[in-house]
Design a protein around this ligand. Structure first.
Ligand SMILES: *Cc1c(COP(=O)(O)O)cnc(C)c1O
Length: 363
């Protein structure tokens, strides 16, 4: 397989050697040994610290999208009202997902280069629509932005909205997540972004209120959350859990906690600032408008004038750098540098920016 010496894709990120080794260890043949139950419990504890919650953590086999779908399908029935606060591909997408399973969805939409603002508009929508669930995205990866959630959580609490659903797949571990303080009931994460594990696991926090609703809804399916409520207690998982996958997540969370979450946040922030400053110096326009909050985990920038994404991507790859394009309305216009997890590294970003500086000069 061709690998690039300067990997800057915003997930899956480079998996460090110590985590790759975890997959090679022998795990025996029993699927619910006491050792596995202990490993799962210790992993939950580490993920609680990363999500800032005392709520339960469910860890499932499957990439990040699994947690997004399972939380919607397990908590909603036909006709339930969902208020989707959307600033980008994932924010609008979650509203469409909820609609596809029969929810009545109202969207408070912002443009893709904005982050959540205009509290009065959101508050009016909550007061009028009386949603059962509010959805939001923390790091909107395709546009390189980070939504503030504290105010939204405050509104959720003040208006007694039963459920606050937050996708922090590309935030958790790289930026502060305070699920309890922000009144988040379903805090969704994945293994392949800031945690730097392979893209095979997802996790989410589930508040007591969310469990109550999950229990009442009784959704049955491969992606159902309900069986996880008693899984540890009864030592009965809805399918064979991946010992390797949980072990890798445990090791990955351990690396972040050993570094110190504050140190990790500072490393991500410093790398992102360096990345944005160098892009501007080189003459590349950053994507999000002034006023929007750029994400410390991923930077979006405009593809230089007169160059197609295809050509730009090729020029960078020829020089050993691989970046990402974007999706939806940003496709062909924006490229992205993922400095999350192992890639939140100033030396790596400097190499990437040197390549970009050279590639923009090519005629
Ligand atoms: C990557 C990502 C996902 C999906 O995760 P997968 O592991 O690709 O399934 C969901 N939401 C956001 C914001 C992401 O960046």
């Amino acid at each position: 397989m061709k690998t690039y010496p300067i990997p800057m894709v915003p997930g899956p990120v480079v998996v460090p050697e110590v985590i790759r080794q975890v997959y090679l260890e022998p795990y025996g043949s029993g699927d619910l040994e006491t050792e596995f139950v202990e490993l799962y419990t210790r992993t939950q504890r580490r993920l609680k610290a990363i999500c800032g919650t005392r709520d339960d953590i469910v860890i499932m086999s499957g990439e990040g999208m699994l947690s997004l779908w399972s939380a919607l399908k397990s908590c909603l029935v036909t006709g339930d009202r969902v208020l989707a606060v959307a600033t980008g591909v994932f924010g609008y997408g979650i509203g469409e997902m909820a609609q596809s399973i029969g929810a009545e969805v109202k969207t408070v939409g912002f443009s893709y280069d904005e982050t959540i603002n205009d509290t009065p508009r959101i508050e009016a929508a909550i007061a009028e629509f009386k949603p059962r669930m509010i959805t939001a995205v923390h790091c909107e990866t395709p546009s390189g932005t980070l939504n503030p959630l504290e105010e939204l959580g405050r509104l959720k609490h003040a208006y007694r909205v039963p459920l606050f659903y937050v996708d922090t797949v590309a935030g958790a571990g790289g930026v502060p997540v305070l699920a309890d303080d922000w009144h988040i009931d379903l805090c969704l994460g994945g293994s392949q972004k800031c945690l730097s594990a392979p893209p095979d696991m997802s996790f989410l926090s589930v508040s007591p209120k969310a469990w109550e609703i999950i229990d009442a809804v009784g959704y049955v399916g491969y992606d159902a959350l309900k069986p996880f409520q008693q899984a540890l207690k009864n030592r009965f998982f809805p399918y064979t859990p991946s010992w390797q996958g949980v072990a890798a997540l445990y090791a990955a969370a351990g690396l972040l906690l050993a570094e110190g979450l504050e140190n990790s946040f500072n490393r991500h922030d410093a790398t992102a600032r360096f990345c944005r400053r160098r892009l501007v110096e080189i003459g590349i326009d950053l994507f999000p408008a002034v006023g929007a909050i750029p994400s410390p985990t991923v930077t979006a920038a405009r593809i230089p004038q007169g160059i197609s994404w295809e050509v730009w991507d090729r020029r960078l790859r020829e020089r050993g750098l691989v970046v990402a394009g974007s999706y939806g309305p940003l496709a062909e216009k924006v490229f992205r540098l993922g400095h999350m997890g192992t890639q939140a590294d100033i030396d790596l970003v400097e190499q990437a920016l040197n390549v970009i500086a050279e590639a923009i000069q090519q005629r």
